[in-house]
Design a protein around this ligand. Structure first.
Ligand code: C2E
Ligand code: CA
Ligand code: CA
Length: 607
């Protein structure tokens, strides 16, 4: 381009250059016309200076040979660049240019009018194009800004999603993965055997006696301890997922286990990490943990199976005293499950009348009379045949089902005994075993009262057998209940005496009427050489008599034992020698001939 706008004023020979004052006059008028149409704050002087420059370029363009439209377009573009960029600003510009430019500048040209019209069109075109470009630019930058804003928003969303996900999968107290994340990872480990991991292992960990710490030091100390333990576990088992499942339960997931030996190492490391001393608020705390380890092939197992197995195994570790790991044992688990299934079947068995009682005589050693009869429960199991109490009583005690079962035994024994009569001699009492739980139950006394009333059984014909440990309980309630029963006239016997911790001096203050000496003591009487056992038994009997207690020896199997016990002063005997457990009729037949009674239990012992 030949012309250099703004730097020179081209003049034609026919129109000599005008004094600058004309350009300033016009610029002044132009500035006044467009004042207020710009959205850019600038002073009148600044605006005038700008427009003065443009005026000179327009003047030059009007006179230039050849006439060049582009000069006008550039002026239009510069107006837009100077933010005189509204429809109004353009309108006033066109107006003032048309009315005044030629006149104010005293420009004379042959085709001035024609040139002026084309120049105005050029200014308007440049103006419009610049405006469109700028609008496009603006749109572009708006678009860019929108994009930036969107990606920022997306990042923020991703961040907050990540934060949310973290919160949802981590334990707030310890910062460790929580049950959700652990479950996901376990499921992934079990369900993706293609990834080369064909064995998986779990250490299910529970702190021992954590409740004691919580109760004695408060929850804040407990929480701090959990944090410290979580932290140590995490550091000690780096590389394996350590999760807190809740409370004081943690789990270590070994996603690619190489076998039980690896798992035992992990468990040992975890136990050591837990055992380290923790100092919280000047409290020095040491805790131990129990761990159940399960390690197996991924194929054929499920997360649920693994967790259940780990849970059972953890309980074995707890039951063994804690502070140790145990390894899952399928046989043991099956036995546990069978026991569980058996105890779960007790209520239905009660409904269906599958339980029944056998009776075993308690025989007077002085005259061979049957003075009492012990009721022993049996279960005629539909699949497993007759079950002895040893296979279900302990279970029933653990689960609490002993309460309904023992209640049935008590009622059935009272009902049966209420109907007994022996020609001439007084009918024997019935002796019923009571489990600890039954004695601790508040309703026991009322239950017995009601039973005695409904069956017509005199109280002195009911004896309750309780174990030493029941008596040794620190709770006052059982002793009070037994005293009330004794006051009613019910006999109270201590069963299996000598196998627990009870001593005779303690018994003096208790409402007890009889001691049943455990079979172990009687077994010692078998050989004539064991004189020491005999002397111990003899002094026990005389002490018991001094306390007004009668003594029954259990497990009497031979005539020799029966004779020695009689010589010692024992009051009664119970055992195969006198009669095996069986139907009540066997005991009520009068003084039994020991040789024939010995075969009575054949049916039951076969079960
Ligand atoms: P226990 O109260 O010591 O009952 C005596 C047990 O010794 C009975 O076993 C009886 O069959 C057995 N026995 C009797 N004479 C002899 C003998 O001369 N030699 C040997 N070796 N054993 C003899 P059983 O019937 O299997 O009962 C086992 C235990 O089950 C009972 O021991 C008792 O603690 C418990 N039990 C039985 N019935 C009940 C019940 O209704 N309620 C509760 N809570 N426990 C019961
Ligand atoms: Ca007993
Ligand atoms: Ca016993």
């Amino acid at each position: 381009m030949g012309d250099r706008p703004g730097t020179t004023v081209a003049t034609s020979p026919a129109a000599p250059a005008r004094a600058p004052s004309g350009a300033w006059t016009f610029a002044h008028a132009w500035a006044k016309a467009v004042a207020g149409t710009s959205y850019l704050p600038q002073t009148q002087e600044q605006l005038e200076a700008l427009l003065h420059g443009l005026t000179e370029r327009l003047a030059a363009a009007l006179l230039a040979e050849p006439f060049d439209l582009r000069a006008g377009q550039r002026v239009g573009a510069e107006l837009v660049a100077a933010h005189i960029a509204s429809a109004e600003g353009l309108g006033r510009t066109v107006e003032v240019l048309q009315l005044r430019l030629v006149r104010d500048l005293g420009l004379v040209a042959e085709d001035a009018e024609d040139r002026m019209a084309r120049l105005l069109a050029a200014v308007a075109t440049g103006y419009a194009r610049a405006l469109r470009d700028r609008t496009l630019d603006e749109q572009e930058s708006i678009r860019r800004a929108a994009m930036t804003a969107r990606s920022q928003a997306e990042r923020a969303l991703r961040d907050s999603e990540a934060r949310f996900r973290h919160q949802a999968t981590h334990d707030p107290l310890t910062g460790l993965p929580n049950r959700t994340l652990f479950t996901e990872r376990l499921a992934a480990a079990v369900n993706a055997p293609g990834r080369g991991a064909d064995r998986v292992g779990l250490c299910f960990l529970d702190l021992d006696r954590f409740k004691v710490i919580n109760d004695s030091h408060g929850h804040q100390v407990g929480d701090a301890l959990l944090r410290a333990v979580g932290d140590r576990l995490h550091r000690a088992l780096d590389g394996h997922l350590v999760a807190r499942l809740g409370g004081d339960e943690f789990v270590v997931l070994v996603e690619r286990s190489a076998g039980t030996r690896d798992m035992i190492e992990v468990a040992e490391a975890a136990l050591a990490a837990v055992r380290e001393l923790t100092v919280v608020d000047a409290h020095e705390l040491t805790v131990t943990a129990s761990i159940g380890i399960v390690e197996r092939q991924v194929a054929g197992t499920s997360p649920g199976d693994l967790m259940r197995a780990a849970d059972s195994t953890l309980h074995w570790a707890k039951a063994a005293g804690g502070g140790r790991w145990e390894l899952y044992d399928a046989d043991r688990d099956r036995r546990d499950l069978a026991r569980y299934a058996l105890s779960a079947a007790i209520p239905t068995a009660l409904d269906r009348g599958e339980f029944y009682l056998d009776y075993q005589p308690l025989t007077s050693l002085s005259d061979g009379r049957v003075i009492g009869v012990e009721a022993l429960v049996r279960w005629r199991h539909p699949e497993r045949g007759v079950l002895r109490p040893d296979s279900f009583i302990a279970l029933a005690e653990e689960t609490g089902l002993i309460v309904p079962l023992g209640g049935w035994v008590l009622a059935e024994a009272c009902r049966a005994a209420g109907g007994w009569s022996t020609a001439g001699a007084p009918a024997p009492f019935v002796s019923v075993n009571l489990a600890v739980r039954q004695v601790h139950r508040p309703g026991l006394v009322q239950e017995v009262r009601t039973l005695l009333a409904s069956t017509g059984l005199p109280p002195e014909r009911l004896q309750l057998e309780i174990t030493e440990s029941t008596m040794m309980s620190t709770a006052a309630e059982p002793v009070r209940a037994l005293r009330m029963l004794a006051d009613l006239g019910v006999r109270i016997a201590i069963d299996d005496f000598g196998t627990g911790y009870c001593n005779l001096a303690y018994l003096r203050d208790l409402p007890v009427t009889e001691l049943k000496v455990a079979g172990e003591f009687v077994a010692g009487l078998r050989s004539p050489e064991t004189r020491a056992d005999e002397r111990i038994l003899a002094s026990l009997v005389s002490l018991a008599h001094a306390l007004d207690l009668t003594v029954t020896a259990e497990g009497v199997e031979t005539a020799g034992q029966a004779e020695r016990l009689r010589a010692i002063g024992c009051d009664a005997g119970q055992g195969w020698y006198f009669g095996r457990p069986g139907p009540a009729e066997g005991c009520l037949a009068g003084p039994s001939a020991p040789s024939t009674a010995a075969g009575a239990e054949q049916a039951a012992s076969a079960g």
